[in-house]
Structures are given as structure tokens and as C-alpha cells.
Design a protein around this ligand. Structure first.
Ligand code: PEP
Ligand code: MG
Length: 594
């Protein structure tokens, strides 16, 4: 393969750092650290010439935090009781305190430390001093921590905003939360490198959706990569090259150009192509339309998964029913009369929402997430369901429930919908009372009950990202056990066959909307299992189309039928890969994930 040869030829592969390739493509650019509000603060040693600008950055952040705080006091202060107003004033004194700023600046200067780390150390020092004093001073410990947090937030925000004004970069972060990707200007991201996040993690999904090469599982990033230094990455093979020498640099550039060109050709063919099986639906998984190629969108049959939680992130309050109605109508208009399946808000687990404070859980993935959470937060779920029912009067819209475990949960959602439809009718508000309600099968117990689920729901959608994590008991973000996450394992394929058959028997449509639906070998396996509706990240659509161009459902069925009794995922993968290589040849193999 040409792309591979370019990099291999350039020798010096010994310099490559290994990680896990989570989004294909090659990138070359300067390292830029991203810091989210949740997680560890960056700690770096500064070059001598960086010290004075760092002190200025700290002082600016104090000034901005103080102004923000003063604005809040002026807006709310009058309504507050006298003692709370006094607290505001004492906080303001902290922001203006030269002694505090001076001792943090001294840490920056003496220890050549970045502002975030110097601030954190000084705040910890003062807070522990105050805590040992009497009660009055103990309260000061909380005050100084609060002030420190606000200044820290300004520093983080400023750093994010700085990205907007700089050249394109390779973003490096310990972990990227789904909400972080909203505040980033993705058009400036050449690549992404993280410590945390497996192939089915949200960072991987978002990177692939935006066509950004990404590598994960790289330990001790900050110690490894100097900020601003040049970095090369190969997101298919999971490799990093720090400060690549000129020869390797050239090879990486050629490899990147080759990848971009072959992808463009595939996209063009895909947009023009029709599949050989007319009864297949090719749908997209979408969070927003920002980086979506309009031609790709037009070529799809609709949106099979709209992750609405992204509408709730990147803001400080929940959107109202009217705001949501306008938004959903807008999405329908964008998709131009084709179906859109909106999933109700799916937060909790690895998708925290900054303003939704939930108790700390020991096992968030097994905890309060999806409809488990929204059933108890009806003031969140009801406006969303009402907005969706109302938007359904403007286009073909379906409602999908995330993280369903039992049939009773679907029954309960249906009863709630019936009540809301009644209310809307009484209020004379346009809506569609026949809006289909679907269950997302992500919990093995729900997938094993697919026949019952199919009776209660209007359609089923299999979320293989979560289903496989629960099936194999593998955290989708934990690279230590990533090898056990095996979409092509015969056990997974047998379970999926059962779900697809249950839907067919009940006459209810079944979609697979996890990443597996769009990963070429997964697409092929699912086609062989009888799946008709595939919903995938837009980046995968061209590859899936190539699979459909080269295999009919019957051909894929004959191929996959012989694999279900095997023992190992590796055997299934090898046989599928060989068959795909024979039929599709170079067309798709150059961008196969591995
Ligand atoms: C899934 O779990 O497969 C899915 C599509 O949902 P998400 O990736 O948003 O959890
Ligand atoms: Mg899921």
C-alpha cells in the first residue's frame, strides 16, 4: 500500500511512540495542549523567555475573573441578604490582593512553573494554612479555593480561545470530554492525541466524524511532547513521531496527501453511487452539521441517530421547550424531508453535563445515565418530548430512548408520550400523535429481550458501542482492556443476529447505530446478518457504500453464515478481511482502520 510505504521507507521508525489509532489519517503540526475544567491541571517547566509572559497571563486572568465577579455582584447583589453581600466583598478583596498575586507570580518566577500549576500550589498552601487556624479562618480556606477556581477557569478558557487565533495544531490532552469538542474550533485541529479513550470512546467517534486523525493511549503526554514542538501522527496505525527529521517529515506529508486524495476519490464515488440492494437504508449519526460535507448528507437516506445531548452541552442552562422546538425543526429542514431519529438526552456515565449535578458514582457506566436519569428528571424529559412531538408535525421524526434495560421502561415512556399528546391536543398545539417511539438496545438484557422489546416499541436501534462494552465487560475508554472489545467476536455476531431476526419477526425496523455499522468489516458482517438499516458516522459512509457496491446481502450472508461457529474474533476478522480485499481491492483497503 502506497500510504504505508511512504512512512515505512522513511526509516527512523524506532523514534515512533506507540499508541492506539482511533481515527485514520496522517497529520503533521505543532503540539498544543488542551485543558478542560474537569481533570488534572497542566504542570510544565517554562523556558526562561516564557516566564514574564506567564506572569502577565496570570495577572490578566485575575483581572478578568474579578470583572466577571463584580458583574455578578452588581446583577444579583441587591437581592442578597447583608451577610452574603459581605462575602462578595471579601472575595473581591482576594482578587485585588497584591500579596496573593505576588506570591503566585513568585512561584512562576522561582520555579519556572506555568500559571495554572503556580496558582493551584499557592491556593493549596493558603487553604491548608487557613484550615489549621480557628473557625473564622477556616472559612477563608473555602474562599481562597473559590477565588482560585474562578481564576483557573479563566486561564483554561483563555487557553482554549487562543486556539482560535493561532495556526492549525495537533491537540494533545489527557482526556477530551464530549462537551470540550463543542468549545473547540475543529477546523483548526490537524490531529488529536489523548491519553484516555478507546476506539468506541466519544473522542474517537467525534474525531472520525470530523475526519481528524487521532491517536489515543499515549502515556504521560505532557512529559513526552514539548508544547509548540512539531509532531507527526498516523491515526490508522497509532504512531507518533516527535520532532520528525526532514526525511521523515517529507514522508509524512506525502502520506497525508495520499490519504486525503484517496479519501476524496472514495467520497466522490460514494456520492454518485447507488447500492446494489435497493432495500438498504444508509443513515448518518450526527451531533451537529458543522463539519459535515453537504453532498454526503444529501446522499444519505436520513439521520439514524441525532445525539441531542450535544444541544444541552456548551451552555449554562437547559434549553426551553420553544428553543428545542426551533432547533429540531431546523434539523429537519436541513435534512430536507428525510427521516431523522432524535435520541432523547443521554447524559451521565462518560457524558457529564456541567450544570446537571449528579451524585458521584463508583461505576458511572453502570449507573445513572440515559433514561434512567431522565425518567427521574421529568422537568428535563417532558419539555424535550413535547418539543419533539411538536417538531414531528414538520417532518418525518422518530424518538429514540437511550439505555433501555427493561420492557417496562418502554411502556412507561409510551404512557408518558400519550399524556403529553393529550396535553398538546387540549392546548391546540400542532404535533404528530403517531410519532414513532424506539428503544435503543445497549444493555445485554435489553438485547436478549429484543422480541419483547419489538412488541412494545415501534422500532429498535442497536447501540453497539455500549452493548459491546457491557457484553464483554470492557470500559470503552480503558485502553488496558481494549483488546477484549471485539465487535467481530462470534458471540457478538450471534447476539446481533438474534436482535435482527426478532425485529424482522415482529415486522419492526432494526437499525444498528454504533460505530460497528460503519467500520467496513462490521458493515460487511451486519449485511450478512440480515441488517437493512445502517446508521454511521459520516466519515464511514463512503466505505460502507463500497462494501454495498461489491457484496449483495445474499453474498454477505453466505460468507458470515460460516463464521458464527468459530471461536475467535481474530479468525472472523481474517476471513472477512480476505473476502473484502478480494472484492474491494485498493478502493477501500487504503483507509481501512487497520
Ligand atoms: C452506542 O452506544 O452504540 C451509541 C450509538 O451511543 P453513544 O455512542 O452515544 O453512547
Ligand atoms: Mg450509547
Amino acid at each position: 500500500m502506497e500510504a504505508r510505504r511512504h512512512v515505512n521507507d522513511a526509516t527512523d521508525l524506532r523514534r515512533a511512540v506507540k499508541g492506539l489509532g482511533i481515527s485514520p489519517g496522517v497529520a503533521l503540526g505543532p503540539v498544543w495542549y488542551f485543558k478542560n475544567e474537569i481533570g488534572e491541571l497542566p504542570r510544565r517547566t517554562l523556558a526562561p523567555e516564557a516566564i514574564a509572559p506567564e506572569v502577565a497571563r496570570l495577572r490578566d486572568a485575575f483581572r478578568e475573573a474579578a470583572e466577571e465577579f463584580r458583574r455578578q455582584r452588581d446583577a444579583n447583589g441587591a437581592a442578597l441578604p447583608e451577610h452574603e453581600r459581605r462575602i462578595f466583598d471579601s472575595h473581591l478583596a482576594f482578587y485585588e490582593d497584591e500579596l496573593l498575586k505576588g506570591s503566585i507570580a513568585a512561584r512562576i518566577e522561582k520555579q519556572a512553573l506555568n500559571a495554572e500549576a503556580a496558582l493551584a500550589d499557592e491556593v493549596a498552601h493558603l487553604a491548608s494554612l487557613f484550615a489549621t487556624m480557628d473557625r473564622l479562618f477556616a472559612e477563608r480556606a473555602a474562599d481562597v479555593r473559590d477565588v482560585g477556581n474562578r481564576v483557573q477557569r479563566v486561564l483554561v478558557r483563555r487557553q482554549q480561545e487562543a486556539l482560535a487565533g493561532t495556526q492549525p495544531v495537533i491537540l494533545c490532552a489527557r482526556e477530551l470530554l464530549p462537551s470540550d469538542t463543542l468549545t473547540l474550533d475543529r477546523s483548526r485541529l490537524l490531529g488529536i492525541v489523548t491519553e484516555v479513550g478507546g476506539e468506541a470512546s466519544h473522542v474517537a467517534i467525534l474525531a472520525r466524524a470530523s475526519g481528524i486523525p487521532a491517536v489515543s493511549g499515549v502515556k504521560k503526554l505532557e512529559a513526552l511532547l514539548p508544547p509548540g514542538g512539531e509532531l507527526g501522527i498516523d491515526g490508522r496505525r497509532g504512531r507518533l513521531w516527535i520532532a520528525p527529521p526532514p526525511r521523515l517529515r517529507g514522508a509524512l506529508q506525502r502520506s497525508r496527501d495520499h490519504f486525503v486524495a484517496s479519501r476524496r476519490r472514495l467520497v466522490e464515488r460514494s456520492v454518485a453511487a447507488v447500492s446494489r440492494d435497493r432495500d438498504l437504508s444508509l443513515l448518518l449519526n450526527i451531533e451537529n452539521f458543522d463539519s459535515l460535507d453537504p453532498a454526503l448528507l444529501r446522499s444519505a437516506d436520513g439521520v439514524g441517530l441525532y445525539r441531542t445531548e450535544f444541544l444541552f452541552m456548551g451552555r449554562s442552562t437547559f434549553p426551553s421547550e420553544e428553543e428545542q422546538l426551533a432547533f429540531y425543526k431546523d434539523v429537519l429542514a436541513h435534512v430536507g424531508g428525510r427521516e431523522v431519529t432524535f435520541r432523547t438526552i443521554d447524559v451521565g456515565g462518560d457524558k457529564p453535563l456541567p450544570y446537571l449535578v449528579t451524585p458521584r458514582e463508583q461505576n458511572p457506566a453502570l449507573g445513572w445515565r440515559g433514561i434512567r436519569l431522565t425518567f427521574e428528571w421529568l422537568d428535563l424529559l417532558i419539555p424535550q418530548l413535547r418539543a419533539l412531538l411538536r417538531a414531528a408535525a414538520h417532518g418525518p421524526l422518530k424518538i429514540l430512548l437511550p439505555m433501555v434495560t427493561t420492557v417496562e421502561e418502554v411502556t412507561r415512556a409510551r404512557a408518558l408520550l400519550a399524556e403529553l399528546i393529550d396535553d398538546l391536543r387540549r392546548q391546540g398545539l400542532p404535533h404528530d400523535p403517531r410519532t414513532p417511539l424506539g428503544a435503543m438496545l445497549e444493555v445485554p438484557a435489553a438485547a436478549l429481550a429484543a422480541d419483547r422489546m419489538a412488541r412494545e416499541a415501534d422500532f429498535l436501534s442497536v447501540g453497539t458501542n455500549d452493548l459491546l462494552q457491557y457484553l464483554f465487560a470492557v470500559d470503552r475508554n480503558n485502553l488496558q482492556v481494549a483488546g477484549l472489545y471485539q465487535p467481530l467476536h462470534p458471540v457478538a455476531l450471534r447476539l446481533l443476529r438474534q436482535v435482527i431476526a426478532a425485529g424482522a419477526a415482529a415486522g419492526k425496523p432494526v437499525t444498528v447505530c454504533g460505530e460497528m455499522a460503519g467500520e467496513p468489516l462490521g458493515t460487511l458482517a451486519l449485511l450478512g446478518l440480515g441488517l437493512k438499516r445502517f446508521s454511521m458516522s459520516p466519515v464511514h459512509l463512503p466505505e460502507a457504500r463500497a462494501i454495498f457496491r461489491h457484496f449483495t446481502a445474499a453474498e454477505a450472508g453466505a460468507l458470515v453464515g460460516g463464521l458464527l461457529d468459530l471461536d475467535a474474533a481474530a479468525d472472523v476478522e481474517a476471513l472477512l478481511r480476505a473476502a473484502a480485499a478480494e472484492r474491494c481491492g485498493q478502493e477501500t483497503l487504503s483507509i481501512f482502520p487497520r
